[in-house]
Design a protein around this ligand. Structure first.
Ligand SMILES: Cc1ncc(COP(=O)(O)O)c(C=O)c1O
Length: 426
C-alpha cells in the first residue's frame, strides 16, 4: 500500500512537479538530446548519472590552474591538488553516515575491493571462505574468486553463495549459512543494493550478525551511495567501497570511494598495500625510506589522486549538499512510488516490479510477465522513443528515477511511451 494518493494523468504529474521544492535542481543538469521527435526521459542514474552544468566550470578551473601554475598547482591551485582528495571527504561522509576520517576518494570500485580485501581477507586453514550472494555483480565475484586463488585456495571450496528466493535475498537464509559455516568464513562481501533486483539489503543486520561471528564484512555500495540512507560508522562494516559514476554523477569511469571503520585507524601500515600517499602528509614529501603511517582512511591510499576524475564528483557533491539528502530521499520514495503506481494502474499483472516495495531505492526492476510480449523488443522500442534505462539479461528492464534531476512528468512520459511501445510491438 503506497503512502501517497496518485492519479494517472499528466496534469497530476505536472502538479506534483510544481509543488516539488527540489524541482529547481533539474535545471542544473544536462540531458541527452531529442531523438525521433521525443524529448529524453533519462532513467539511468543507476548506471551513469547525468553531467551537472557546474562540471565544466570546475574542470576549467583545474585546467586554468594547471596552465597558470604548472607543478605549483599542487599548492597554488584554487583547490590545491596536494590535498585534493580531501575535497570529497565531507560529501562522502555525509552520504555514507561516516566520520570524515573514515572515507577516502581513490582508485575505482573493483580496485578498491581488492585493496580492501588485501587488508580484510586474511584466510587461515580453518577460516578461509568468502560469502557472496549468488547473483553478485560479476566484478565482485571475479574479485573474490581471484583473492581466494591468490591465497592458495580453490573457489570451488572457498566461495559460498547466498541464494535469493523469488528474486529476494532473505535474512533467514543468511543467518542459516552463518550458523552452519560461520567458523569457516573469513569474509562476507555483499552489496548495499542488489544491482539486478534493486533490493536494499538489511545492511545493519548483516553487519551485526557478521560481527557476532567474528567474520569480516565489506559492503559494495555502488547502487546505494547517494540513493538510500547509510550509517556506516554505526553499522560497523569493516569496510565499504563504491563508485561515483552512478547516483553521484561523477562521469564515466570516475574515481571510487572507500570507507574503513575508525577502529582500524592508527595502525603501523603492516596490514595494507602501501604507497607514498599512505604515508602521513606531514612527512610524505621528505622522501625518506622510513614509513610514517597516515592515521585515518588515507593509510589505504596508495597513489596521488587523479584530479580530473575527482573534479566532477566534487562539483556534484556540492549540489547534493545544497539539496540535502533527507529531502532527496523523501522525493525519491514518492517518485519511485509514482512509477510503481502507474505501472500497476496501466498494466496490472502484465508487467511487474521484482523490487521489494519496502526495501527499495530509486530503481524498479521491471519484468514483462505477459508471455505474448517480448521484453527485449519493448526495451528497444522504448530506446527509439528516447527513454533511456537499461536492460539486464535475462529479462529485466531497470528504470531509476533519481530525485536530483528527474521529474514526475518524466515518470509519466516513460509509462505512456511504454504503453505505446507495447501496442506497437504486439
Ligand atoms: C555492484 C557493482 N559492483 C562493481 C562494479 C564494477 O565497478 P568498476 O568498473 O568501477 O570497478 C559495478 C559497476 O557498475 C557494480 O554495479
Amino acid at each position: 500500500m503506497s503512502d501517497y494518493i496518485f492519479e494517472n494523468n499528466q496534469d497530476f504529474a505536472l502538479t506534483l512537479d510544481k509543488n516539488d521544492e527540489l524541482n529547481q535542481y533539474r535545471s542544473n543538469f544536462l540531458f541527452p538530446k531529442e531523438k525521433n521527435g521525443y524529448s529524453c526521459v533519462y532513467l539511468c542514474g543507476n548506471s551513469l548519472g547525468l553531467q551537472a552544468k557546474n562540471v565544466s566550470e570546475y574542470l576549467e578551473q583545474e585546467l586554468q590552474d594547471w596552465s597558470d601554475f604548472g607543478v605549483h598547482g599542487h599548492t597554488k591551485a584554487k583547490r590545491p591538488w596536494l590535498t585534493y582528495h580531501l575535497q570529497a571527504r565531507e560529501g562522502f561522509a555525509s552520504l555514507t553516515g561516516s566520520k570524515e576520517s573514515e572515507v577516502i576518494a581513490m582508485n575505482t570500485l573493483t580496485v578498491n575491493l581488492h585493496m580492501l580485501m588485501a587488508s580484510f581477507y586474511r584466510p587461515t586453514q580453518k577460516r578461509f571462505k568468502i560469502l557472496i550472494e549468488s547473483t553478485a555483480f560479476p566484478s565482485d565475484r571475479f574479485a573474490a574468486e581471484s583473492q581466494i586463488r591468490l591465497h592458495g585456495f580453490d573457489p570451488e571450496d572457498a566461495l559460498i553463495e547466498w541464494e535469493p528466493k523469488d528474486d529476494e535475498l532473505l535474512l533467514e537464509d543468511y543467518k542459516k549459512i552463518i550458523a552452519e559455516q560461520g567458523d569457516e568464513i573469513a569474509l562476507i562481501l555483499i552489496p548495499g543494493i542488489q544491482y539486478y533486483s534493486g533490493q536494499v539489503m538489511p545492511m545493519e543486520d548483516l553487519c551485526s550478525i557478521a560481527k557476532k561471528s567474528n567474520i569480516k564484512i565489506g559492503l559494495d555500495l555502488a547502487h546505494a551511495v547517494g540513493n538510500v540512507e547509510l550509517e556506516l560508522n554505526k553499522w560497523e562494516p569493516d569496510f565499504a567501497a563504491w563508485c561515483t559514476y552512478k547516483y553521484l554523477n561523477g562521469g564515466p569511469g570516475s574515481i571510487g570511494g572507500a570507507f574503513i571503520h575508525e577502529k582500524y585507524h592508527g595502525g603501523d601500515g603492516s596490514q595494507q598495500l602501501l604507497g607514498w600517499w599512505s604515508n602521513d602528509l606531514s612527512s610524505r614529501f621528505k622522501m625518506e625510506a622510513s614509513f610514517v603511517p597516515a592515521n585515518d582512511a588515507d593509510l589505504w591510499q596508495v597513489s596521488n589522486p587523479p584530479v580530473f576524475s575527482l573534479t566532477p564528483v566534487i562539483a556534484s557533491l556540492k549540489i547534493f549538499k545544497q539539496a540535502t539528502f533527507p529531502k532527496l530521499r523523501e522525493k525519491s520514495k514518492k517518485l519511485t512510488g509514482y512509477m510503481d503506481f502507474l505501472i500497476q494502474d496501466k498494466f496490472e499483472n502484465r508487467i511487474t516490479s521484482i523490487t521489494p516495495i519496502k526495501n527499495r531505492g530509486c530503481q524498479l526492476s521491471l519484468v514483462i510477465k505477459d508471455e505474448s510480449l517480448n521484453g527485449k523488443e519493448i526495451f528497444n522500442s522504448l530506446t527509439e522513443k528516447n527513454v533511456i534505462g537499461d536492460w539486464r539479461e535475462p529479462n529485466v528492464i531497470r528504470m531509476a528515477p533519481t530525485p536530483l534531476y528527474n521529474s514526475y512528468e518524466d515518470v509519466f512520459n516513460f509509462v505512456s511511451r511504454l504503453e505505446q511501445s507495447i501496442s506497437e510491438t504486439t
